[in-house]
Design a protein around this ligand. Sequence first.
Ligand code: NIG
Ligand code: FE
Length: 418
Amino acid sequence: MAESTLETVVYGAGEVVVGPSGGDGGPLETHEDAAVAVVDGDVAAVGDAEAVRREYPAENADTAIDASGRAVIPGFVDPHTHAVFAGDRSDEFAAKLRGRTYQEILAEGGGILRTVEAVREASTAELAANLAAQLDVMLAHGTTTAEVKTGYGLDTETELRLLDAIERAADGHPVDVVGTFMGAHAVPGGRDADDYVDEVVDEQLPRAADHPAAAFCDVFCEEGVFTVAQSRRVLEAGRERGLRPKIHAEEFTRLGSAQLAADLGAVSADHLLHANEDDAAALADAGVVPVLLPGTAFALGEDYADAEQFRRAGADVALATDLNPNCYSQSMGFAVALACNGMRMAPGDALLGATRNAALAVDRGDGTGTLREGTAADLAVVDGPSHVHVPYNFGVNTVETVLKDGDVVAREGAVADA
Ligand code: NIG
Ligand code: FE
C-alpha cells in the first residue's frame, strides 16, 4: 500500500542529517549510509539505507535519486532577510572599504534611505519580480523557507505595496515565505522619529496587520534610528494586532534591545554584535531565539557576534543571511562557513543554526528544518560526503539538488523547470 503512493526516494546517501538529537536541544544527529523516502510530500522513512529500502524500494518510486555517497541535509531556513528591494548600492561597498561607516552613509541619506527612494519609484510588479529572482537564487543555494521583511517603503502606501510584492512573489514559488512588517526600519529623511513612530503605529500597523503576508513585526532599535522606548511602542502595538515581535538588537551599540526582546517575548532578537552575557541569559530564559548574521559583520568589517556566549546560556542559536543591499548574499551555506570560521561554531551547531533553530526563529517549531518521519520533505543534497562540506568547501554552492515537499525544485545551482 505504501509503495503505490511512493513519490521519491533519495538513496545512497553517505550521510543524512535529521536534526537535533533527542528531537530537542541536543547536538546534530546524523545517519551514515542512509536514505529518505517521501510520500505525499512528507518524509515517510529516514535512516539506515537497508531499513528504508525494505519498506520503500527505490524501484517503486516515481523519482529515485542516487545521492552517490553525498550528504543529505534539511533545506536551509533563512530567518532574516530584506530580500524585497530595488536599486543598486554597490558603490557604497567601495566607499565602506575606503573607510566610510554604515551609520555615516545612512545619516547622509544613503544606505536604507537610498533603497527607499528606488523602491518608491518601482511598481509593485517590479518589486515582486525582484523578490522572485532573489528567491530563485536562495532556492538554488538550498533555502526552502525564508523570512522577508518590508522596510524600504517607510510610508503606508509603499509598505503595503511591499507586503503585496511579498505575497505575489511567494505565490507559487517553491520557497516558503514568511513575511515581516518593518515600517520602523529607518526614520524617513526630514521626519522626527516620534512623529514617524506615530505614523507606523496609527496608520501603517493596522493595515499591515490585516495583510495576509505579514506574520511578524520588526524594528531597527539603534542609536540614531529608534530608541528602546520607541521600539517597545511599535512592537507592543504589533503584538496587540497579532504580529509577533522580532527586533534588530544590539547591532552597532548596546542599548538594551535584547532585554526588550526578552520582556516582550519576541520570537527572535537579531544581530546582537554587542550583546553581553546578561543579554544572552535573558534571551535564553525568555525563549527568544538569538539570530546571528555573520555575513553582516563580514560585509561591515565588524567583529563577529559571540556565538559561544549564547550557546553557554542555553539558547538555540540561529543563523541567517540578512540578505539586503548592504549585505548582499543569498547563501546560507556562506553564512554557515562564516559562523564556523568567524564565530568558531562547530559545523554541526552551525548547521542546526541554519535549519531547525532558524525555523524556531520564524515560529516554525513544527519540524521545519528537520528530516524525520512526518516532517515536510524539504531537503538538499550536498556535493560532499558529510554536512561538514558546507562550511569546509567555502565560496562555492555546495548544494546540488533541492527538494521542496518532495519535488525536485533546483538542480546544479539553478531552479528546475516546474
Ligand atoms: O539588518 N540594520 C538594519 N537593517 C539591515 C540593513 C538594511 C540596509 O542597509 O539596507 C540589516 O543589516
Ligand atoms: Fe536586518
